[in-house]
Design a protein around this ligand. Structure first.
Ligand code: CP
Ligand code: NVA
Length: 302
């Protein structure tokens, strides 16, 4: 049987997604009780990071440890990848040594190339196209708050980037309504909007976009790799800052999410994290640990 990978959300069926999300909840409760689990005993995860990370690295490494396994961090600086060893060769070698590989990189095609040469599961820890592991954590937080995903009004404010594109894909899979509010020139790729299966709408005015929203989410104006565009983007996104008064226009029970890291004074106003409507952001970040543990079990044990 061909090896399964998790490069985009659509790599899992809806049924498997809900199994992973249910298991993530169980693992979170077990973690909170202090229960010890050894479901991934002696399994090893290789983690290739071609970009910076705090949450993804710590949650994957801690997750493997907590399930009785371990993780190895590899960066281009201290592996042969940085000296030009082809991804495909690396994939063939790692396939004989570890149980799964997580990769954070720029071009999504690199993930595809790596996975095609890999006989062990490959997990996308973020590419320029999408960030499916983050969405698992977000969906877990949204489900915990509202009890369901279908028919919720979710609003994306800002750049049509990798996170926005993953929300488009998630809207198509889970049946929530996604309104995207972005400045001119920063739309998500139409191919990703198509994955939304008609559930993605656009409203350029953020104040109108958030009306009746149950979930409002945003991300940095300049993603990793776009540092040179920072100044221009700051001007282009000036009207797309999430503030307390913008959240006032949403539903009373609105839940604000941000994948982090956040830039206060840019995509969110200074002090916004003191607003109780943003409290889920920390739960969302913490969920990375549990959602990915469930994902690792799914891919390594099946
Ligand atoms: N949200 C997220 O992926 O954070 P890191 O870049 O810190 O991994
Ligand atoms: N869009 C951001 C997400 C970081 C988790 C980036 O790619 O830098």
């Amino acid at each position: 049987m061909a090896t399964s990978h998790f490069l985009t959300l659509n790599d899992l069926s809806v049924e498997h997604h809900f199994k992973v999300l249910d298991r993530a909840r169980v693992l979170k409760e077990a973690h909170q009780r202090g229960d010890r689990l050894d479901t991934l005993s002696r399994h090893v995860l290789a983690m290739i990071f071609e970009k910076s990370s705090t949450r993804t690295r710590v949650s994957f490494e801690a997750g493997m440890n907590q399930l009785g396994g371990s993780a190895i961090f590899l960066s281009p600086n201290d592996s042969q990848l940085g000296r030009g060893e082809p991804l495909e060769d690396t994939a063939r070698v790692l396939s004989q040594m570890v149980s799964a590989v997580m990769i954070r990189t720029d071009h999504h095609q690199k993930l595809i190339d790596f996975s095609q040469a890999s006989s062990i599961p490959v997990i996308n820890g973020l590419s320029d196209s999408c960030h499916p592991c983050q969405l698992l954590a977000d969906l877990q937080a949204i489900r915990a708050e509202f009890g369901h995903l279908e028919d919720l009004k979710v609003v994306w404010i800002g750049d049509g980037n990798n996170m926005c594109q993953t929300y488009c894909e998630a809207a198509g899979i889970f049946g929530f309504n996604l309104t995207v509010s972005h400045p001119d020139g920063y739309a998500p790729d139409p191919e990703w909007v198509k994955l939304g299966r008609g559930q993605v709408h656009f409203e350029p005015d953020p104040a109108r976009a958030v009306e009746q929203a149950q979930v409002v989410t945003t991300d940095v104006w300049a993603s990793m790799g776009q540092e040179a565009e920072q100044a221009r983007r700051k001007q282009d996104f000036a009207h797309y800052q999430v503030t307390a008064s913008l959240l006032d226009k949403a539903a009373d029970n609105v839940c604000f999410l941000h994948c982090l890291p956040a830039h206060q004074g840019e995509e969110i106003s200074h002090g916004l994290f003191h607003d109780p409507r943003t409290r889920h952001v920390w739960e969302q970040a913490g969920n990375r640990l549990h959602a990915q543990k469930a994902l690792l079990e799914h891919f390594i044990l099946n």
